[in-house]
Design a protein around this ligand. Sequence first.
Ligand SMILES: [Zn+2]
Length: 109
Amino acid sequence: MLAMKSHLKKGDTVAVISGKEKCKTGKVLQLLTKKNGVIVEGLNMVKRHMKAKNNEPGGIVEKEAYIHISNVLLYCTKCSKPVRSRLATLENGDKQRNCVKCGSSLENK
Ligand SMILES: [Zn+2]
């Protein structure tokens, strides 16, 4: 499976645009490039059975499952909605992702 090109980074705030978590936002905790997925804090929670180990009791824990990157977009706090990003090159050569609607930076600073 080919990895889809994604502009998402760890720490980005994203909004879910389809699926059961639609319209929710959260912070990207992890990128799963091979699966084209992202783990978003507090979203798409699933119950997992954990085995007991190292004196820790086993049991059922809730954990984030990945969301396919085609189901999330960067979230613009100025527009208050999910937006597409445009890559801009700054004077110092750094790349920055800007909101296509309002032009503000979507970088997590
Ligand atoms: Zn915007």
